[in-house]
Write a protein of this length. Structure first.
Length: 277
């Protein structure tokens, strides 16, 4: 009888401890869940301000983002990104990205935004929280100047070997025409392909073409001919980010006080500027 009583007492103690353990585990689980919820609920604005930097994903793309003689990133987009970051009380940090992986870079938080003359395509607007459009643009065909007369419409482009930035609007326009192309890392690389003669032609943004090809540029023997579309630029943030609305407000105030136009004139893109309200 004593042994049975002792066994019953032991069993009751084990069950009691198990129950306590279960309660504690539940409490720990709830705490962990609450912590995860708090982390996921943190706004992008709070995240950026907390770390003190706005990490901007870019490619080498004059006149929007390029390095000056001192190695500093400058350009219409770069300068406005710095000004926006300053308005948030943080610093802008620029990171060169593989353009084809821009959405993955954003979602993985290796960058906080894509600010690089980005065309507002359906893919972009469905995958990112985008700002209002701020610049007009088009995709144009680049060819050697001495051959430009031969290529003045889309029907004349078949048979040419093309280079275009991987994942770009230019590459997409060529696909619509059923024209294959060599994908390159950046639009500047596409220009190099044509200049070197390894590709017959390239498709790049009209704003870049105006700054980088023709008389007085580094590619005097190249010119642009056929326009393939019309499009608009925007800035992309993570889906649901509150930074997009903040940037829209910043654009509107910068347009109103003239600083947006002043920056656009500095890089000769004022004709492409879209009114901000």
């Amino acid at each position: 009888m004593k042994k049975l009583t002792a066994l019953m007492l032991t069993l009751m103690m084990v069950l009691s401890l198990a129950a306590c353990g279960s309660d504690n585990a539940g409490a720990d689980s709830d705490a962990g869940s609450d912590s995860k919820t708090e982390a996921s609920d943190e706004s992008d604005m709070a995240y950026v301000k907390g770390k003190g930097t706005l990490v901007v994903g870019i490619t080498d793309f004059e006149p929007m983002d390029f390095k000056d003689d001192s190695g500093e990133w400058v350009g219409f987009d770069a300068d406005m990104a710095k000004a926006f970051a300053e308005s948030l009380g943080v610093k802008a940090e620029f990171v060169e990205i593989d353009w084809d992986n821009k959405i993955m870079e954003l979602d993985g938080k290796t960058i906080d935004c894509v600010w690089n003359g980005m065309t507002l395509t359906d893919e972009v607007t469905s995958s990112m929280e985008c700002s209002n459009a701020y610049c007009n643009n088009a995709q144009v065909v680049i060819v050697p100047t001495n051959k430009a007369d031969k290529y003045q419409d889309t029907g004349s482009l078949s048979g040419l070997s093309f280079a275009a930035e991987a994942g770009s609007a230019g590459e997409a326009e060529l696909k619509k025409l059923n024209i294959e192309c060599t994908p390159v890392k950046a639009q500047s690389d596409a220009l190099m392909e044509v200049a070197a003669g390894t590709s017959d032609a390239a498709v790049i943004d009209s704003l870049m073409a105006a700054a980088m090809v023709g008389e007085g540029t580094g590619y005097e023997d190249l010119t642009y001919t056929v326009g393939l579309n019309s499009e608009e630029y925007g800035v992309g943030f993570r889906k649901g980010s509150d930074l997009a609305a903040s940037l829209n407000d910043f654009f509107a105030s910068s347009y109103a006080d003239g600083s947006l136009a002043e920056c656009a004139e500095k890089y000769s893109v004022q004709a492409a500027l879209i009114e901000q309200k």
